[in-house]
Design a protein around this ligand. Structure first.
Ligand SMILES: Cc1cc2nc3c(=O)[nH]c(=O)nc-3n(C[C@H](O)[C@H](O)[C@H](O)COP(=O)(O)O)c2cc1C
Length: 321
């Protein structure tokens, strides 16, 4: 079995805009995510000193291996971003986003647009690779989709182009760009890419439960897993996924007191200056689907500051225990 970052079948916290900030990544790491990755960062923003971009690439103390995902269609810009990043943040890898379906990103010819153009995708990854080599960043990777739409499945060509250009592994979210997040991820394509490439392939899409991860491993032979929405709702899911991969019973989903403990941990990791909107959103995601979620959501949304949210989380934890 091919290893990624020296790891056997790693569980990776998949990048998510407005979710995978340093505090969240630290939390996922503490609960069994083997590898963490920043959300998609516009390379041009980092190069121009955008403060939010720089705050999002900060590394939490426990993150290792850690990577930053860049979005750009311009080889020169991504090269500059990788160089500047390496001067300020220690990362084990840089990932190139080849899958974002947001209209404004597609318009800029980046993200999922690159699934239309294997040659350009290869040039962008080659630029990242050259800059990473110069700057001492050990690895470069790319995260793709199946292709622009169902009539153009380009993942085999793009996968080949980016690994020829120096990507150490690729991740395949088994949906097309046109699909966005609708329909089911078609894991059969992950198995095809595993067969097609010499480089390791990580699978992504619809890994909702520990059993799903085992099924993806057994049906695709992929070298690791990217988990997004299941982790967004419950960053402790990684430890149960690992147990299932090890052939052990994964154990039950977290109780409400455990979910509140996770929220309190996130508040601690976020520090006093975190925007209250981010903290409230984390609270509502953690209780989604649980009994009493609607009432808790409105209480969280009414919390004026982190201290109020903390009291709410503590009260809910203690009363539900
Ligand atoms: C809120 C949200 C934000 C996302 N942001 C990114 C991103 O910044 N970069 C990226 O490559 N994928 C992004 N994705 C896609 C996920 O990383 C992942 O590929 C997709 O959700 C499928 O995995 P899942 O079924 O485990 O959620 C995002 C997904 C969601 C739900």
């Amino acid at each position: 079995m091919k290893r990624v970052l020296g790891l056997h079948q790693p569980l990776v916290l998949s990048p998510m805009v407005d979710v995978t900030d340093p505090a969240f990544r630290g939390l996922a790491k503490a609960h069994g995510a083997d590898v963490t990755c920043s959300e998609m960062i516009a390379a041009v923003g980092l190069v121009h000193g955008n403060r939010t971009a720089w705050s999002l690439v900060e590394r939490a103390p426990n993150e290792s291996p850690y990577g930053v995902q860049f979005m750009s269609a311009d080889p020169a810009t991504i090269r500059d971003a990788v160089r500047q990043l390496a001067e300020r943040v220690k990362v084990e890898f840089v990932d190139v986003n080849l899958g974002c379906p947001a209209p404004n990103i597609l318009k800029s010819c980046a993200g999922g647009f690159l699934m239309r153009d294997p040659a350009l995708a290869g040039k962008v990854v080659a630029a990242a690779r050259a800059a990473a080599d110069e700057a001492g960043i050990p690895h470069v990777s790319a995260k793709m989709r199946l292709g622009p739409d169902a009539s153009r499945l380009t993942y085999l060509e793009v996968g080949q182009a980016v690994t020829d250009a120096g990507a150490d592994w690729v991740t395949l979210h088994a949906r097309t760009v046109a699909q966005g997040y609708s329909g089911d991820a078609e894991w059969g394509h992950i198995a095809r890419l595993v067969e097609h490439l010499d480089a390791p392939v990580l699978g992504n899409g619809d890994l909702r439960t520990p059993e799903d991860v085992v099924r993806m491993r057994d049906t695709t032979g992929c070298a690791g897993f990217f988990v997004a929405r299941a982790a967004m709702r419950d960053p402790t899911v990684f430890s149960r996924m690992r147990k299932a991969l090890d052939g052990k019973p994964p154990g039950p989903e977290p109780t409400m007191p455990e979910r509140m403990a996770t929220l309190l941990d996130y508040l601690d990791r976020s520090g006093p200056d975190a925007p209250i909107g981010d903290l409230r959103r984390m609270g509502t995601r953690l209780v989604a689907g649980s009994p009493g979620a609607a009432r808790l959501r409105s209480q969280f949304n009414a919390a004026a500051d982190a201290a109020t949210l903390r009291v709410l989380a503590e009260t809910t934890r203690n009363s539900a225990a």
